[in-house]
Design a protein around this ligand. Structure first.
Ligand code: SF4
Length: 403
């Protein structure tokens, strides 16, 4: 979403006659689009802004950082311009913000398309909702138009993106039953000929049976990234996630029923405040049971301004590290098993440049000689697979041991 925001603001500035340059040396102004999703992202944003501010005549900062903590940002970049509203920012560069700006032509083989913004939920660890405002679904017609424009540029894959993507169509993202991402997918399949549609992270509670019926469609990538966060019902409750363990199990089983080859990825937070060893074991057991092909693991990091950061039972850094490493070792074993199961299969690969590309289920492979942006059919072998986790040899018995 952050990259899309940068592209949108960049396109608006260009249309108003400003020139985008690629190095600070050429720049009269540097515009830093900040991220505040974790304390570390915030720290890096400040570091980049401060260092740019020392080298260029004008510095401006935008994005989630100033929206969440404007005063701190004013202090962090004295003399810089701090924008909490993109329209005000554009006005200060003589851009009329009300004009819709088409995105500049892309050179990416895979293009993200924002279809949903904001979130109404109250996950206790999350600052994003404060920065991104209320849930809002972009109209299906506007999304179709954007995808058709990308198709016309020769883009072969779009990645549908949002802050709480799966809530698309609901009036409020707390009303899970109203979510109907499936109708958006149906419309895109019907009204565009884009060869591949990929979905970014999805809350399992929003995925209803018609969604899984559509997942059988080969134009939708066989890759589902679920926002799971924990396998412990009590931790999920303390996180205020709006879903339990059963919704995760149901989503995984439904996906595998219609698309047995689907790769399933999960976001997991290790060491949430108060997480006991038994609760950690529940997460471990769920990961093992559902055989995720990829884990996005995060040791819990307290984010000022969230409910969870004020909880007294914080887990020590060493213990969070241990639990993260424990889950990572399991995740690596499961990933090996998934990759091993794909060896020798025929896959359609989207060539992304530098002679490599991605399968529908997100394995990176070498594509020597194939043109960037093309879709090519390949058989997966240990020679063309670029995954660092790929096993050199596959011994099934290694993967059947209970963890
Ligand atoms: S669903 Fe939860 S974690 Fe995701 S953006 Fe909304 S509040 Fe944050």
């Amino acid at each position: 979403m952050n990259q899309l925001d940068s592209a949108r603001v960049g396109a608006a500035l260009q249309r108003a006659g400003h020139q985008l340059v690629t190095t600070e040396r050429e720049a009269e102004c540097v515009l830093v689009n900040t991220c505040t999703v974790t304390a570390e992202a915030e720290r890096k944003s400040r570091q980049i802004a401060r260092s740019a501010g020392r080298r260029v005549p004008r510095l401006a900062v935008m994005g989630c950082g100033p929206k969440v903590a404007p005063l701190q940002w004013h202090e962090a970049v004295p003399g810089g311009s701090v924008f909490t509203d993109d329209n005000v920012l554009l006005s200060s560069f003589n851009v009329k913000p009300e004009e819709p700006v088409p995105l500049a032509p892309t050179r990416r083989a895979r293009q993200h398309v924002a279809v949903q913004m904001g979130c109404d939920n109250r996950c206790t660890f999350c600052i994003t909702r404060s920065a991104r405002g209320a849930h809002q679904s972009l109209p299906a017609d506007a999304i179709v138009e954007q995808v058709r424009a990308l198709e016309a540029q020769g883009v072969n894959e779009v990645v549908l993106t949002g802050i709480n993507l799966a809530a698309w169509g609901a009036e409020n993202s707390n009303r899970e039953r109203e979510a109907r991402l499936h109708t958006l997918l149906e419309t895109l399949l019907h009204k565009t000929t884009i060869p591949r549609i990929r979905l970014s992270s999805l809350g399992p509670q929003y995925l209803h049976p018609p969604f899984f019926d559509l997942l059988a469609e080969p134009r939708i990538c066989a890759y589902l990234h679920l926002s799971v966060q924990s396998g412990s019902p009590s931790v999920l409750q303390r996180m205020g996630r709006g879903h339990g363990r059963e919704e995760v199990v149901r989503a995984v089983e439904a996906a595998r029923r219609v698309r047995p080859e689907v790769a399933l990825a999960a976001d997991i937070i290790a060491g949430f405040p108060g997480e006991t060893e038994a609760e950690h074991a529940e997460t471990r057991a769920l990961i093992q049971r559902l055989r995720f092909a990829k884990l996005h693991l995060f040791p819990y990091s307290p984010r000022a301004g969230t409910v969870a950061s004020d909880l007294t039972e914080q887990i020590s850094p060493a213990e969070k590290k241990r639990r993260t490493a424990d889950l990572r070792a399991l995740g690596n074993r499961l990933r090996h098993a998934f990759i091993a199961g794909q060896m020798g299969t025929r896959q359609i690969v989207l060539v992304e440049g530098r002679e490599n590309g991605l399968t529908g289920h997100y394995l990176r492979v070498r594509t020597p000689g194939a043109p960037k942006g093309a879709l090519v059919e390949m058989v997966l072998t240990s020679e063309n697979l670029m995954e660092p986790e790929a096993p050199a040899t596959f011994r099934p018995e290694e993967y059947e041991r209970p963890c």
